[in-house]
Ligand binder design. Sequence first.
Ligand code: NAP
Length: 256
Amino acid sequence: MANARDLAGRTIVVTGASSGIGARFGEVLAARGARVALAARRLDRLEALTDTIKANGGEAMAVEMDVTDEASVIAAFDAVDEQFGRIDTVIANAGRDAKGSCLELTLEEFDSVMAVNLRGVFLTAREGARRMVTHLDPKARRGRIVLISSITSQMATPGLSAYSASKAAVNRMGKVMAKELARAGINLNMLLPGYIETDLTADSFQTESGKMFLASFPRRRLVEVEELDGLICYLCSDASSAVTGAEFTVDEGQSV
Ligand SMILES: NC(=O)c1ccc[n+]([C@@H]2O[C@H](COP(=O)([O-])OP(=O)(O)OC[C@H]3O[C@@H](n4cnc5c(N)ncnc54)[C@H](OP(=O)(O)O)[C@@H]3O)[C@@H](O)[C@H]2O)c1
């Protein structure tokens, strides 16, 4: 029986690994035995995390990638291929937000959110899938892609029109991609975290309205980033061979 905690032999690309959720994924996946390629724009942060992972006995590499730029994505995957060999798993996690009512949201901000959260997820998932179809045995069902969405894809939270739309689009795009990739032995799933304290959200929960929002959650708390560990390992592991095209919410009931 496949073990959901054992990722030995896997080569995983994690985008947005220079902070927050992506950095945590890098650490936990490496601790479970995977070779992890940490991708983002801030190379200094990726290198620092790579050093930490190596000091703990894991295997990691840092690779610069702007997920909105096709050439940058391809070059980063080439670098991973060269250093680590063939990839079998991609976590498309890089993201950004834009806050403010639709009355104030600028077109530049709208486009930028879509470029990172939707175009970036498409480019990284597509690049990973293109490489997996060339070398993975479809019958083994070992390819894994996880798209990091958000509970805001299913809520109507004022101030998050562009962000929520980008995440809802990721959910739908992911379902279509999962179906297209099923026969190639690649499983693609969406992970929808609830609110977690990271650089993305830290300011929001310091404001009075943020504190009121938090108080409205069933458990009046944020999700801890470590609470995603079990699910991300499962979705990257051989144990999830029959799971594809699914959406998984981890949110302490925040969206209920
Ligand atoms: N925190 C939450 O409450 C929460 C809840 C649900 C979903 N999420 C999602 O989880 C993911 C990670 O968010 P987080 O909370 O960990 O935020 P974060 O700490 O701000 O991390 C965002 C990451 O995305 C990377 N990134 C942004 N633009 C990029 C680009 N053009 N190319 C490559 N990398 C880029 C950043 O790296 P560089 O700046 O170095 O490039 C950074 O590593 C996002 O998709 C977010 O929407 C977060």
